[in-house]
Write a protein that binds this ligand. Structure first.
Ligand SMILES: NC(=O)c1ccc[n+]([C@@H]2O[C@H](COP(=O)([O-])OP(=O)(O)OC[C@H]3O[C@@H](n4cnc5c(N)ncnc54)[C@H](OP(=O)(O)O)[C@@H]3O)[C@@H](O)[C@H]2O)c1
Length: 208
């Protein structure tokens, strides 16, 4: 299974490194292929690089590690997404990070599904700060990753990917539940950055 990570920023680099270390074949895509190549060279043997469409073509699972506002344009350069698992990790934040630009009656994930109707969109990882992607940063804790999709096989594939990197995947239901998962990501930003807890916090659902 080949995973394309589109984006080379905090989450793109972190997820690419984490998944490569967990044994996945990773290809990094960026509109500037040189940027993707530089990151792949840093990460090592099982990591390739290319432009966005080249990376998507090689992949079974495509992770969009992009600001929500950039996704529509990047999807235009992505080529054929039919049948691909498309992972939306975004928190569709306002410029000051204190609020969300979509919500209540839709979500970033559902808007992305509408832009890529042939893809199987999965919401995941939006509640995990980039600082907690390295396995050593988690100090033995299996942090929860809330995973929502309308496609059960796509949900299973992303759940296995999360588990391969030491996370506890939590089935969060259909894609429309991203309407509720995205505000949890926003609350996590408030705890981490505006309420003083720092970026080592992550939400968890506790069963008593
Ligand atoms: N950071 C976190 O802790 C965290 C946690 C959970 C979820 N998320 C979500 O993960 C996503 C990525 O966040 P991040 O922190 O990794 O962001 P980031 O560090 O700013 O990286 C964003 C990446 O997207 C690329 N990009 C930006 N605008 C673009 C455009 N118009 N066209 C093509 N590529 C573009 C950037 O390329 P250039 O560098 O060339 O501009 C960069 O590779 C966001 O949706 C965020 O809400 C972040």
């Amino acid at each position: 299974m080949t995973i394309a990570v589109i984006g080379t920023g905090n989450m793109g680099a972190g997820l690419a490194r984490m998944l490569a270390e967990a044994g996945s074949d990773v290809v990094i895509g960026h509109h500037d292929p040189a940027k993707a190549a530089a990151l792949a060279a840093e990460l090592g043997a099982n990591v390739e690089a290319g432009g966005v469409a080249a990376a998507v073509k090689l992949a079974d699972i495509v992770i969009l590690a992009l600001p929500y506002g950039a996704v529509a344009d990047v999807l235009k350069e992505a080529g054929d997404l039919k049948g691909k698992v498309l992972v939306d990790i975004s928190n569709p934040v306002t410029p000051d990070f204190r609020g969300l630009v979509v919500g209540h009656s839709t979500s970033a994930a559902e808007e992305i599904q509408a832009l890529a109707p042939g893809a199987k969109v999965v919401k995941a990882f939006n509640t995990i700060f980039a600082q907690l992607l390295p396995v050593e940063a988690r100090k033995g804790k299996a942090l929860q990753v809330f995973i929502a999709s309308d496609d059960e096989r796509a949900k299973d594939a992303v759940s296995r990917l999360a588990a391969s990197a030491g996370f506890e995947p939590v089935d969060a239901g259909p894609l429309a539940n991203a309407r509720f998962i995205e505000p949890i990501g926003e609350m996590n930003i408030h705890f981490g950055f505006f309420l003083g807890k720092g970026p080592s916090v992550a939400p968890a659902w506790v069963q008593i």
